[in-house]
Write a protein that binds this ligand. Structure first.
Ligand code: NDP
Length: 251
């Protein structure tokens, strides 16, 4: 099999994982955060878990990138910078800022790491090697629209992460109703923003790997957003009734 054949097989695997994840999450709530419960093996502080499980998205991505035949091309470097904008936030800033005290199972960390190795490999392989973008790609409407969606999604999810973080005083572990920003419309704008961001990436890279990641993110986060929404309604009788789970006015 040539490089495109191997790449296609790995991307197909990622689409398969997206389907399997969506089906599994119909029955199982991913056991971290508010759904942490016994029976999932040993746990680790959540802050450590986030750093460890997201680290392949930085380390593996850069390693694969450095082997790419187009690694010094302008477009590849711009896309690398976009990727790192997100993952330096997710792997370094987000865990550094989060309230200490939470824990997550090692199993969740291991599964997320394995996914990140696969996802970083196919995305870096495409942008630094197989994609072979001309410089003119930076003025293509697909790149421009994708970049706008990418950064708008990043802004929404980072701002929503901050709103959630500020709901707790130091040492607190309980939950409150979040208000403000995109919480006006949906219960999990951190997830809505992240999904928009990766569809923006898919458009800006115009790649099978980018699309696979956007689909996987949706398969992973949409069921969790629906569970969060129901969870809020069960616990808070005064929960805003005009708020949706993930998509304003629709879902
Ligand atoms: P959650 O919304 O479940 O929790 C985010 C943080 O906010 C946690 O520290 C949580 O505490 C706290 N929190 C949430 N709701 C409340 C509330 N009502 N009151 C007080 N504190 C609250 O998000 P996740 O942990 O699932 O995800 C975190 C980020 O990672 C998101 O931005 C998400 O988009 C991203 N992500 C991306 C994935 C992908 O596939 N691309 C997969 C998973 C996450 P606690 O932990 O105690 O519940």
């Amino acid at each position: 099999m040539n490089s495109f054949g191997w790449y296609g097989a790995l991307v197909a695997l990622e689409f398969g994982l997206a389907a399997a994840t969506a089906v599994a999450l119909l029955w199982i709530k991913a056991p971290y955060g508010r759904y942490l419960r016994g029976g999932w093996g040993p746990t680790v502080p959540a802050r450590v878990g986030w750093v460890v499980m997201e680290s392949p998205a930085v380390v593996v991505f850069i390693a694969v990138f450095l082997f790419g035949s187009h690694r010094t091309d302008l477009v590849a470097l711009v896309l690398l910078a976009m990727w790192l904008c997100h993952y330096v936030y997710r792997d370094v800033l987000y865990p550094a800022l989060m309230r200490p005290g939470g824990r997550m199972p090692w199993l969740v960390v291991a599964l997320a790491m394995a996914f990140n190795v696969l996802n970083a490999t196919v995305n870096a392989w495409w942008i630094a090697d197989l994609g072979g973008y001309a410089d003119s790609w930076l003025t293509d409407p697909r790149f421009l629209a994708g970049a706008v969606l990418f950064f708008a999604g990043l802004a929404v999810h980072a701002r929503s992460d901050r709103t959630l973080r500020r709901l707790r005083a130091p040492g607190e572990t309980g939950y409150r109703i979040p208000y403000g920003g995109a919480f006006r419309w949906v219960s999990s704008p951190n997830y809505s923003g992240e999904i928009v961001q990766w569809f923006g990436w898919a458009l800006a890279t115009w790649s099978p790997a980018g699309l696979a990641f956007a689909v996987y993110t949706t398969a992973n986060l949409a069921p969790r957003a629906i569970d969060h929404h129901a969870w809020y309604h069960e616990r808070f009788p005064d929960y805003p009734t005009d708020r949706r789970a993930l998509v304003p006015h629709l879902l």
